[in-house]
Design a protein around this ligand. Structure first.
Ligand code: T4K
Length: 404
């Protein structure tokens, strides 16, 4: 433990951790079961193209979410693109600016205009602003359940119905979460999950489209496989969005540890919460205890007016200690290419996106981190905030010296 700011690695001390602690270090389930599945795949010589493990994986997701249809894909971005195509979106689609850029890119990639909208204090898309952005060209809204915390689904559903729009959800963060007691996956026209390595439940790379709309599902299934409806029979335009068998084996193995992963995330979250509870100017994003949550993101809000050191400086301090905290999701999509030229004059419209992208940071969690690690991370954060002025001054002085 560090007792003085002069012990901080950024000010010349040695790093607290020898190895880097990452946000998004993968959770690995039972290795033996995964390797047994891998051996079976090699024995069967069925590696991809809707193989038995993909079918089992889809079945398990259907059981866990209660959704009628699941179409597993090679990643979450392809799941989004296929869902967008299968739902026949065109023209303009309203999406939040405060999200991982894949949400907007999936639309732009398909020559659909992503109309960026601000989020509200919940970090999710603001239904009031959505309504103001609807034009005759709008065909849909895509909400993002950021950090696994559901959007205001009731308000968005109402809005979509009143304006005759499709409603999709990017649920990349929200596998295993619920809204008003119903599992995420069941809402809107369709929802998508990501099972990327950095998600708490991973398939190396992977994703899924889930929907209660049978027609959309069978359309998505065709699109995932070049439009093939059987050997040599192409019935429509498609792409290659298939999940392979090794990913499905990893996904199935991860699913067997789902409850354990959530328990670990929850304990980590509670330790961070407890240790940082009284630190002025800091607060953790809360989860709704009445719903199912996966607790996969530990999101810290830094209020620089109170802490006197800002989020970026705190991240610098942590990186020097080998705590690779992430500034998710900064900058907002409206400041990223190719969108920024279109929005350069409109930054004031993104009040919360701007604020959050300057103030939030994500801390390491998951099975790769121990309680002792978290106590040490929190001790560093407390030390830095208690001495905010002085640490900020010294970091600035160090930068000036490095520049001259
Ligand atoms: N919608 C939303 C709202 C999303 O958040 C995402 C993905 C998508 C859609 C699209 O889903 P996918 O097409 O990806 O399935 C990461 C992930 O690449 C991305 O999947 C995720 N969201 C996003 C939030 O985070 P980066 O650019 O931060 O990745 P990277 O390479 O910096 O990795 C994050 C950290 O994880 C690193 O600090 C190192 C660690 N790591 C990473 C990998 C890959 C490991 O320890 N082991 C690993 O194998 O985007």
């Amino acid at each position: 433990m560090k007792h003085s700011i002069d012990d901080l690695a950024i000010l010349g001390g040695s790093p607290t951790f020898q190895n880097k602690l990452h946000v998004g270090k993968p959770n690995i389930g039972n290795r033996e079961r995964f390797l047994a599945r891998l051996n079976d795949i090699l024995d069967q010589k069925w590696l991809t193209n809707n193989g038995p493990y993909v079918q089992q994986f889809e079945e398990r997701i259907r059981e866990l979410t209660g959704v009628k249809n699941c179409v597993a894909t090679c990643n979450g971005t392809l799941a989004l693109e296929i869902a967008i195509k299968a739902a026949q979106l065109t023209g303009e689609v309203i999406v939040p600016a405060f999200t991982f850029v894949a949400t907007a890119h999936a639309l732009q990639w398909l020559d659909i205009v992503p109309v960026l909208c601000d989020v509200d204090a919940s970090h999710n898309i603001d239904p009031h602003q959505v309504e103001q952005m609807i034009t005759p060209r709008t065909t849909a809204i895509i909400g993002v359940h950021l950090w696994g915390r559901p959007c205001d689904i009731a308000a968005l559903t109402n809005l979509a119905e009143r304006h005759n729009l499709k409603l999709l959800f990017d649920a990349a963060h929200a596998f295993g979460c619920s809204y008003k007691g119903r599992m995420i996956g069941n809402f809107g026209t369709a929802e998508i999950f990501s099972f990327h390595a950095t998600k708490f439940l991973n398939a190396f790379e992977g994703g899924a489209i889930v929907t209660n709309d049978d027609e959309l599902a069978s359309n998505a299934r065709l699109m995932r496989n070049f439009g093939f409806a059987g050997y040599d029979n192409v019935v429509q335009l498609g792409t290659n969005g298939k999940m392979n068998e090794v990913s499905a084996a990893m996904g199935l193995t991860s699913l067997e540890s789902l409850a354990d992963f959530i328990e670990v995330n929850r304990n980590n979250y509670e330790t961070y919460s407890r240790e940082l509870a009284d630190v002025r100017g800091l607060s953790l994003s809360k989860y709704n205890e009445n719903e199912k949550c996966n607790y996969q993101y530990v999101v810290l809000h830094v209020d620089p007016d109170v802490t006197t050191i800002d989020r970026d400086q705190l991240v610098e301090v942590l990186w020097a200690e080998n705590v690779i905290a992430r500034k998710y999701f900064a900058p907002g999509c409206h400041r990223m290419s190719p969108y920024r030229s279109q929005y350069s004059a409109a930054n004031s419209r993104f009040h919360f996106t701007e604020l959050l992208s300057e103030r939030l940071l994500c801390l390491p969690t998951g099975t790769a981190i121990t309680e002792k690690d978290i106590l040490e991370i929190c001790a560093i954060i407390r030390l830095v905030i208690q001495n905010g002025d002085e640490v900020a001054r010294k970091i600035q002085g160090r930068h000036m010296r490095l520049r001259t």
